[in-house]
Design a protein around this ligand. Sequence first.
Ligand SMILES: *Cc1c(COP(=O)(O)O)cnc(C)c1O
Length: 430
Amino acid sequence: MQRQRSDSAFAAAQRCIPGGVNSPVRAFGGVGGTPVFFASGKGAFLTDLDGNRYLDFVGSWGPLIAGHAPPEVVEAVVAAARRGTTFGAPTEAETELAREIVALVPSVKMVRLVNSGTEATMSAVRLARGITGRSAIIKFAGCYHGHADSFLIAAGSGAATLGAPDSPGVTRGTAADTLVAQYNNIKSVDNLFAERGPSIAAVIVEPVAGNMGVVPPAPGFLPALRDITRKHGSLLIFDEVITGFRLSAGGAQQLYNCTPDITTLGKTIGGGLPVGAYGASQEIMRYVAPAGAVYQAGTLSGNPLAVAAGLATLRIIRRDPGFYERLDRLAARLAAGLEKNCRDTGIKAVVNRVGSMLTLFFSNGSPVFDYNSALACDRQAYARYFHASLDRGIYLAPSQFEALFVSSAHTDEDIDIALAKSKQALGCLS
Ligand SMILES: *Cc1c(COP(=O)(O)O)cnc(C)c1O
């Protein structure tokens, strides 16, 4: 497949943008090669600068649950733009989106709109610290909560309890307030509470991990987090930036029937435009300025175009009562087909799936249940599989540690095509 225009576009970008990209994973560092530059997307398909077409399973890393450029979303955004792109003053549409979120997400009775998932998690942690008067937080190794300083903390070794900064520029003081536990390992959380309980403001977790590849919560893991935070007077934050409106209209908290104190949202609620949100009970959200003293603001927060795209996406979801069942069925077929392809080609791998998010892990057949078991996967095998898929017109995330997303624009026929190509791609590995 020829991608000369992408190659020269990347060369030009590298001269004026660090690494040639505006977000690191886009640079193909995890798989090698040159990133594809896209010209357009429609439904389940992408077209690159050279005119090559790809069946897309990245969906802009999650937001595009209805596929690329659904007419309802495009029309809503264009109509909003004609009325004015931003006023720096409240609009009724913001209340409408807030009301939808409150109606659908079990733990949210009041919500603040921001511009990204990063802003949502950063603000949620500030709120938890403001309410409890405590400074430490617990996060889980391999969970990603955006790029705010407090979250850029590596796991360290399994024995390490205090985080070390994962990036230059994050101070040791900040890192010292971020404690790292192991996903699906409640003992590691117990230990941190035993040591630092009275200083822990919150536990933040992806209720279904999506950023080490898809890792579902083990039975009892989320309820145990609920219990232990309650016992110690800490707040539980579910980072539902991926899972919100993805796994069900009420997110993972509805699917697993376990409600956090604070919920963060992003990706899908923006329908492909920049939106994030954090919400909780009225009692908690009344601490947020100007109702309360915990400051948080944004020039473009609740932007009319972004809110219009979010509302239009929610309308697409709501007009089909079987929306999530259909996504689940397509994703289940894809997962089962990938497993069969692996058996047929003699590749030892496992597929983790929850609803419309899944990951094929080249794990040599071992289960993947936390960050260490994810890190043990064969990244070289994934890189070869990725490129073999790309050359066959299937666009996957350029990293082993990401989710594949099925959208409502995918059809049974698309899944068949993807499975036929994946079998060829896996055949290149054996
Ligand atoms: C993507 C993501 C974020 C960050 O959202 P941005 O909009 O990229 O800032 C936070 N948390 C989770 C779970 C995410 O997947």
